[in-house]
Design a protein around this ligand. Structure first.
Ligand code: NOJ
Length: 921
């Protein structure tokens, strides 16, 4: 009976189309004992002080000791070991763990495989520690060098760690434990009286190691706003979660969960967790704080005045935002980033966790997905309709129904009898296919993968040591233990062409449900007391499970082509480092205007915290978008770094040609706009790959001093050159757009000029959303319409030169083969274009070893903001003349809406890989 009820409720779970978020299925902080305990602590409660400071192996090492040792009580806190390391470029790493020489009952989990190996090379070996007595303290603090401008201070009593500027009035940047909220629950031995179990709804967590949570406060100085800590559906600037004036008092939760029909405004946890927060303030300065920890975390942003009763003298008079960080397990492994520029902070974070992988070019085009394209005929039809309607796309996706009974790596042989032929047909047009592979493996003794995983002992175990058995799409399922490198390697091998029968080189992978989603588990996930290799409890590694799964799949795709082909794997769950393995999307959103709106802060937050290759399901996964919403979603989504339409199986079909000719035209135009801009996007992906600076950026990343941009999450920058303002409400015909900075902006559609530093009320006709090129930039485009990105390979380029007040502009173009790793061996082109004194110059930006050549030409040079008059241009070194004309600006398929005429140099005949100049005569 119970199982019948369960199956019935599951059927409801899977097939409901218009249901809303079930809050009661998820724990609130109040129902989460460690969160409740940490939140109820009062400022100043920390009773630890620092002692035994030394320099050991280039680190400052010390002990955290109880302030008043209690001789009578054997249970008193044992010393903790603190180590502080300094790295180049203004990074401080602070670790605190139990003292292993005192034989704690077990080793707390330290997250491996996230910090990149090159990070160690950046370590500055500390030689000495200075002392300084901070006024009012009874004992001196230890001070160490961080960089020319900064130093780190370990305050002994009260215990506090902070980074400050070295000169001037030595302003603080970031601090930990300034409010004395630090608490570290030490592992203990269970005694008869202890009941460590925790219950939530029908689930009991045995908690074999008892309480082991950690919490502390972190303060950001000179801070106006905080950002980061995805994944939440909420505004870009984080709102206070506790303190005066805060009504719904839930912390931001970081716990990877499969949340059905999530709310568009909530601090509750979604599919991924990146415990990295960024602060930005009026001074234009940015700083960051990152806690590498894979257990459940909850973070409070404290409203001004939250500590009014504490009686604590606050450490500085600067503007400051305080936060409280709480985690269920693990160790303190934290990083302070000093900035001071916004881009410095993202680079500092990237130097710890890695930059985003360079995607294949095809992956930056448009993806068409649906749960499900039914069979081979459906696939062929959809594919040919794109051609019929002259809409480019690159990838067709198959969801879970393509398999034989949700057994991944198989095909339903009635619906998909010829998978190779199907893929090859797409590949002939330069298109790819993606199939889904989830981490839950059907417990079916005749399924080869289950047999092998069982025999090899590769599944996660339940608390009693048996293979964990949970419910997911295939029914009873077990989950591969991705924490083990050996198992990950085995998993990677499943993607070889031999093992994945029916796969071809044009097939790539989608990893879904990897939080992991367990329909009958507590909060729809795996029980916290499940066991991974080495006796690691699931609670300790939960937030990283999906990351390891993504890693193993991505490495598998690299292996299948012996390291020659860049992988493409989309993941739903995320963790720091995910950016190295592929793209992610924001999960099961809904076809509502508010979900379109929140997609921008979500994608901006992901980019700010390392994961640049992200996007939301175009149109909304659940529900049926009205045509206007769908069109606007395509117009906004054309700028998401990851651009994919997707829908739930209960929704009506919504391919772009199904809503009448006019809407098809509008969606086609939005997709064309993306394809036109692919050279620019690809150049930005390269920038992200080298530096960590995201493709989509908040306005303040480009205009750090402009306060009007700090909480603007309706507009965004694509690179440093484009500003896009989304349209998020029905029936909009006008939009207010704030254009920052002192320079002007050129309307992308018609070249019209708008002054910077001002809000403009402008038309937002159905044809397009407002988008502008920033004066002073040069943007490369490819303007010919093709069926897919690979068909554009040999097409000529257009350069759009947007002149600033001094009639200058500059930009870049990056090109490689779009698919292999040869770019790492110098096979790429990287050009810099500068326009100055009436001359456009192309110079090499690539390293001297770079070797790629290309016969592609630059076909047109459009000069925005140039007066009419010139009749020709002189091209050097060829010493040829090129024609110059004045005409309307064209972008995408729809004609310019108004008649600003722009100067165009036609067919200058210059190659994209060479040095040249073009002089306006
Ligand atoms: C959940 C995913 O979020 C969704 O995109 C997918 O279509 C379904 N799982 C079925 O695989």
């Amino acid at each position: 009976m119970r199982s019948l009820l369960f199956v019935l409720s599951l059927i409801c779970f899977c097939s409901q189309s218009v249901l809303s978020w079930k809050k009661e299925e998820f724990r609130s902080c109040e129902q989460t004992p460690f969160c409740k305990r940490a939140r109820s602590r009062t400022p100043g409660a920390c009773s630890l002080i620092v002692g035994d400071v030394s320099i050991t192996d280039g680190d400052l090492v010390a002990k955290l000791l109880p302030k008043t040792p209690d001789q009578s009580d054997g249970d008193q806190i044992k010393p903790l070991i603190l180590s502080l390391s300094v790295y180049t470029d203004g990074i401080v790493r602070l670790r605190i763990d139990e003292d292993h020489s005192l034989n704690p009952p077990k080793k707390r989990f330290r997250v491996p495989d996230v910090v990149v190996s090159e990070f160690d090379e950046k370590k500055i070996w500390l030689q000495k520690v200075a002392t300084e007595t901070i006024s009012g303290d009874i004992s001196p603090s230890s001070v160490v060098y961080v960089s020319d401008g900064y130093e780190a201070v370990v305050r002994h009593e009260p215990f506090e760690v902070f980074v400050r500027e070295k000169s001037g009035d030595r302003r603080r940047v970031v601090s930990l434990n300034s409010h004395g909220l630090f608490d570290f629950e030490q592992l203990g031995k269970k005694t008869d009286g202890d009941n460590w179990e925790e219950k939530f709804r029908t689930h009991t967590d045995s908690r074999p190691s008892g309480p082991q949570s950690i919490s502390f406060d972190v303060s950001f100085y000179d801070s106006s706003f905080l950002y980061g800590i995805p994944e939440h559906a909420t505004s870009f600037a984080l709102k206070p979660t506790k303190g005066p004036g805060v009504e719904e008092s839930e912390p931001y939760r970081l716990f990877n969960l499969d949340v059905f029909e999530y709310d568009h405004e909530s601090p509750f946890g979604l599919y991924g967790s990146i415990p990295f927060m960024v602060s930005h303030g009026k001074s234009g300065k940015t700083s960051g704080f990152f806690w590498l920890n894979a257990a459940e975390m909850q973070i409070d942003v404290l409203a001004n005045g939250w500590d009014a009763e504490s009686g604590i003298t606050l450490p500085a008079s600067q503007s400051r935002i305080d936060t409280l960080w709480m985690s269920e397990a693990g160790i303190v492994d934290t990083f302070f980033f000093v900035g001071p520029e916004p881009k410095d902070v993202v680079k500092q974070y990237a130097s710890v966790t890695g930059t985003s992988a360079m995607p294949q070019l095809f992956a930056t085009g448009y993806h068409q997905c649906r749960w499900n394209y039914k069979d081979e005929e459906d696939v062929a039809q959809v594919d040919s309709k794109f051609d019929e309607h002259d809409i480019p796309y690159d990838v067709l996706w198959l969801d879970i129904e393509h398999t034989d009974g949700k057994r991944y790596f198989t095909w339903d042989n009635v619906l998909f009898p010829h998978p190779e032929e199907m893929q090859n047909k797409l590949a002939a047009k330069g298109r790819r296919m993606v199939t889904i592979v989830d981490p839950h493996i059907k417990r079916d003794d005749s399924y080869f993968l289950h047999k092998e995983a069982t025999q090899m002992g590769y599944y996660v175990k339940d608390s009693s040591g048996k293979d964990f058995d949970g419910w997911c799409w295939p029914g009873s399922s077990s989950y591969i233990d991705m924490l083990s490198p050996e198992i990950r390697e085995w998993w990677g091998g499943r993607f070889s062409y031999k093992n994945y029968v029916g796969s071809t080189p044009s097939l790539y992978i989608w990893n879904d449900m990897n939080e992991p989603s367990v329909f009958n588990g507590p909060e729809v996930t795996m029980p916290r007391d499940a066991l991974h290799v080495g006796g690691v409890e699931h609670r300790e590694v939960h937030n990283a499970y999906g990351y390891y799964f993504h890693m193993a799949t991505s490495d598998g795709l690299v292996m299948r082509e012996e390291g020659k082909d860049r992988p493409f794997v989309l993941s739903r769950a995320i963790f720091p480092g995910t950016q190295r393995y592929g793209a992610i999307w924001t999960g099961d959103n809904t076809a509502e205007w508010e979900h379109l709106r929140v997609s921008i802060p979500m994608v901006l937050t992901l980019g700010l915290t390392g994961i640049t290759f992200s996007g939301a399901d175009i149109g909304g996964f659940f529900g049926n978008p009205e045509p206007e919403l769908l069109v606007r979603w395509y117009q906004v989504g054309a700028y998401y770094p990851f651009f994919r339409g997707h829908a739930h199986h209960d929704t009506k079909r919504r391919e772009p040609w199904l809503f009448g000719e006019r809407n098809t035209e509008l969606m086609r135009d939005a997709i064309h706009t993306r394809y036109t801009l692919l050279p620019y996007f690809y150049t930005l992906f390269r920038e992200a790959n080298v530096t960590g600076v995201p493709v989509l950026r908040p306005l303040w990343m480009e205009f750090p001093q402009d306060e009007a941009t700090f909480s603007n999450d309706e507009a965004f920058m694509v690179g440093n050159g484009l500003l896009v303002q989304g349209v998020y409400t029905k029936g909009t015909t006008h939009a207010s757009v704030y254009l920052p900075g002192k320079e002007s902006w050129y309307d992308l559609r018609n070249g019209k000029t708008y002054v910077g530093g001002k809000t403009h009320k402008m038309d937002a006709p159905e044809e397009s959303i407002p988008a502008f090129q920033r004066a002073g930039t040069i943007i490369p485009r490819k303007d010919r319409f093709r069926r897919s990105s690979s068909q554009m390979d040999n097409d000529p380029y257009t350069l759009v030169v947007a002149l600033n007040g001094t009639r200058e502009a500059e930009g870049e173009l990056y090109i490689d083969d779009g698919k292999s790793f040869e770019f790492k061996r110098g096979s790429y082109i990287h050009r810099r274009f500068v326009f100055s004194n009436g001359i456009l110059t192309s110079t090499n930006l690539a390293s001297p070893q770079a070797s790629l050549s290309s016969e592609c030409l630059i076909d047109r040079i459009i000069l925005l903001g140039h007066a009419s008059g010139p009749k020709s241009a002189l091209v050097e070194p060829s010493n040829q003349k090129a024609e110059v004309e004045m005409g309307p600006l064209r972008m995408g398929g729809l004609a310019a809406s108004s008649g600003t005429k722009v100067l165009t140099i036609r067919k200058p005949g210059v190659r994209v890989d060479q040095d040249w100049t073009v002089k306006i005569l």
